[in-house]
Design a protein around this ligand. Structure first.
Ligand code: PLP
Length: 404
């Protein structure tokens, strides 16, 4: 008789965003006349930039003719895209990353979930708290943790690094030394960023202790401050301790198109074993590549026109972020984030819990955000607002919240 992977049973309840969706649906059913503004989920709202649409159209046309048709893509992705990534995202920033260290995929969510497959089950994992839930849940599914403790809202055996107002939402080195640690900067959900000097300390710590850093830079395009690094490979020595995850979702609006990539440097080794070779083996065995059409669209992002158009889109969302940040601050809220990230992290007023604030916001202002406690125990008492709405809706939402 078959048996299941019982690690899945350790995961509590349903996914954060389905809980939110249920609450909205129930409220909307009771109040069909109310116009709800959603600043909750981190999905983009602007259409794809014209140069990306052109690239999609012309790639579709290529697929219509025998001489230009494309079947299975190369395992690691097309050379034209990997070369453009290596040059624009890394070499032009002074990072020593080559095209054969880039693995194209259908997005950073899958990669951040899949990457742990090449690591042994006895690795001790450290994550930030609050955290993008995928890092935690995928390690639970694999069996790297004990059970869930509802009291602490932690999984036994997982190391949590609190990100609080006191540390500026940038964690300190954990008391217990992990084997693998996940970092995400600019951060989802807090919107916090690290300086290059701060990140260098993490790289040095990892190299000193034989730790692998899985660095999620999905929000890199939103960095506005000089001192904030766009890639972990801007730090000396990162090649020997870090894997970096990137996404086309937030910089170019590919949330529905699906494209991302993972960087696994050749110098990154466990003893004599190259992680680049392991990930290549995993990628080649379990994945058949992002579609040609989508990779062509991705390459368009790196053309001069493409760069200008996506920059404009990022600026559009950042205008929203500033409106949220400044509007709430003026109204007396304690806010952070929103400077190098499309998320504003606000302290709920008084002793209001994150979910009570969610309900209050939904019912009084008809605005949806994300309760901080959904991202971990240290997110309690906080709330995330996303800048991915339209400008008009964002202004209206802030107006409603500040009048609440
Ligand atoms: N990493 C972080 C930190 C995210 O917040 C998200 C999406 O919200 C992703 C990865 C997922 O990116 P993708 O759309 O490329 O799967």
């Amino acid at each position: 008789m078959f048996t299941i992977n019982e690690n899945y049973l350790k995961l509590p309840g349903s996914y954060l965003f389905s809980d939110i969706a249920k609450k909205i649906a129930a409220y909307q059913q009771e109040n069909p006349e109310k116009e709800i503004i959603r600043l909750g989920i981190g999905d983009v709202t602007q259409p794809l930039a014209p140069v990306i649409i052109q690239a999609l159209h012309s790639a579709v046309e290529e697929m219509a003719h025998g001489e230009t048709f494309h079947g299975y893509a190369p395992d690691k992705g097309y050379g034209f895209l990997r070369e453009a990534i290596a040059k624009n995202d890394f070499q032009d920033r002074g990072c020593r990353i080559d095209a054969d260290e880039i693995f194209v995929s259908d997005g950073a969510k899958c990669d951040s979930g899949n990457i742990q497959e090449i690591l042994a089950l006895n690795n001790k994992i450290a994550v930030c708290d609050p955290v993008y839930p995928v890092y935690v849940d995928t390690n639970v599914m694999a069996g790297r943790t004990g059970g869930y403790n509802p009291k602490t809202q932690n999984f036994d055996g997982m190391i949590y690094m609190p990100c609080t107002a006191q540390n500026g939402f940038v964690p300190e080195f954990p008391k217990e030394t992990p084997d693998v640690l996940y970092l995400c900067f600019p951060n989802n959900p807090t919107g916090a960023a690290v300086t290059k000097a701060q990140l260098q300390e993490w790289v040095d710590y990892a190299n000193r202790n034989g730790i692998l850093i899985i660095y999620d830079a999905a929000y890199e395009a939103y960095i506005t401050q000089e001192e904030v690094p766009h890639s972990i490979y801007e730090c000396e020595g990162a090649q020997t301790c870090a894997i970096e995850l990137r996404s086309f979702s937030k910089n170019a609006g590919f949330t529905g198109v699906r494209l991302g990539y993972t960087v696994v440097p050749k110098e990154l080794k466990s003893g004599e074993i190259s992680l680049n070779a392991l990930w290549a083996r995993r990628h080649g065995t379990k994945y058949n590549g992002a579609p040609y059409i989508v990779q062509k669209a991705g390459a368009a992002v790196y053309t001069e026109e493409g760069k200008a158009q996506v920059k404009e889109q990022v600026a559009y969302y950042m205008r929203n972020a500033h409106a949220i940040y400044n509007g709430l601050k003026k109204a007396g809220y304690t806010v952070s984030g929103g400077v190098n990230a499309p998320y504003v992290w606000l302290k709920t007023p008084g002793n209001t819990t994150s979910w009570d604030f969610f309900d209050q916001l939904l019912k009084t202002a008809n605005v949806v955000g994300t309760p901080g406690s959904g991202f971990g125990a240290h997110g309690e008492g906080y709330f995330r607002l996303s800048a991915f709405g339209t400008y008009e809706n964002t202004l209206e939402a802030i107006d409603r919240i500040t009048k609440m």
